[in-house]
Design a protein around this ligand. Structure first.
Ligand code: KG4
Ligand code: ZN
Length: 359
């Protein structure tokens, strides 16, 4: 079975063709970085307009990767939320129109599920990647979300902890803005940090207690703002690299430490890290080192599967579609995660009781 995936939740318009075994046949992403960078962040109205302009050419390009084109599509998957409403609507309306006119099954996908299951994608230009067996601990780090999950199955995902304020990607983006580096900040800080000394500036470690699984990054952002206020923006490239390395080092350490505690508490020895921030080289290297020390198997998709793409949306839907399921064409988009990941948690974030998915 071949699934056409469509993603338009934020600032990337994407379409992909993926088999139900996760083989990526086509993967097209049109980025809106040039549209938003003059504003230092995403402007929702501009995002919707750019999606409208890009969506058909992007789908055409993805379909053009196989000789069968549209005839080879067995089902359609589209991001239903969370994300920007105007942006989501563009992808969803096109997906509904395609499904209706072709009489093909359509399912709406939670964007966060897409990130969590991107680990099962197999790209033809790469060696076959080992994949985790469920259950595993999933650390999802993106521009809008930072959370730890216990992934029991495709339908049973329990939230263990999340950020109490900013997401990790948001912290990277805000740091870059404070340092006058441009947008999106993650890749720019990542590149500079590689040349810097992480011990140069002592930023505070957030939520340092092992008992608390939740994350928090707004205090770190404030510490950087204060640093810039008193010291000014570093003038030499080396000094700038040192600040980036110190800032990134704290985020990475916090993410890795909490993930390891989650593995320990859940009694699981497999960790998946995914979402845009999982493209960060410092995080990838530190997580590998820490997991090797503790005998935990680490799975991080290649960067192209970590940042927003439509292949992960098709992947997350493939199992439902292969089982013959389809959504009613009247389904609505949602801006916030509708608490599908339900569970009962202690105050320190540990799981008391998991409730099955309600879908
Ligand atoms: O998953 P994603 O593409 O979109 C959302 O669902 O939010 O994540 C985007 C976020 C942005 O905040 C971006 O700055 C960050 O991921 N990001 C990175 C890197 N590449 C993207 N953060 C740190 N290092 C990177 N290399
Ligand atoms: Zn995302």
């Amino acid at each position: 079975m071949r699934v056409l995936g469509i993603e338009s939740s934020c600032d990337e318009t994407a379409a992909a063709l993926v088999t139900d075994r996760g083989e990526v046949l086509a993967d097209v992403v049109a980025s809106q970085i040039a549209t938003h960078s003059p504003y230092g962040g995403i402007v929702p109205e501009l995002a919707s307009r750019a999606h409208m302009q890009a969506v058909i050419p992007v789908i055409r390009k993805a379909l053009g990767a196989t000789p069968e084109g549209l005839d080879g599509v067995d089902a359609i998957a589209v991001t239903q939320g969370p994300g920007l409403i105007g942006s989501l609507l563009v992808g969803v309306q096109v997906a509904k129109a395609l499904a209706w006119s072709l009489d093909k099954p359509l399912v709406g996908v939670n964007h966060l599920d897409g990130h969590l299951f991107a680990v099962y994608l197999q790209r033809p230009d790469r060696d076959h990647r080992p994949t985790p067996e469920m259950p595993y601990v999933g650390l999802l780090v993106s521009g809008g979300h930072t959370a730890l999950y216990r992934v029991e199955s495709f339908d049973d995902i329990a939230l263990l902890a999340q950020t109490r304020d900013d997401a990790a990607g948001e912290a990277f983006d805000k740091a870059a803005k404070l340092l006058g580096l441009g947008y999106p900040g993650g890749p720019i800080v990542d590149k500079l940090a590689a040349k810097g000394d992480a011990g140069a500036v002592a930023f505070p470690m957030p939520m340092a207690s092992r008992k608390v699984l939740d994350f928090s990054f707004s205090g770190l952002k404030t510490a950087l703002a204060r640093y810039v206020q008193t010291e000014g923006i570093p003038e030499t490239e080396q000094a700038l690299a040192d600040v980036c390395a110190s800032f990134q080092g704290v985020i990475v350490e916090s993410l890795v430490r909490k993930s390891l505690v989650a593995c320990e508490q859940e009694g699981l020895d497999q960790l998946v890290i995914t979402g845009g921030v999982a493209a960060n080289r410092g995080l990838r290297a530190r997580a590998q080192e820490a997991c090797d020390e503790r005998g935990i198997r680490l799975f991080i998709p290649p960067p192209i599967s970590c940042t927003d793409n439509a292949a992960m949306i098709a992947m997350a839907a493939a199992r439902r579609l292969a089982a013959g399921e389809r959504d009613d064409l009247s389904f609505a988009v949602y801006s916030r995660d509708p608490e599908r990941r339900r569970g009962k948690f202690r105050r320190d974030g540990t799981l008391v009781e998991r409730k099955p998915d309600v879908r």
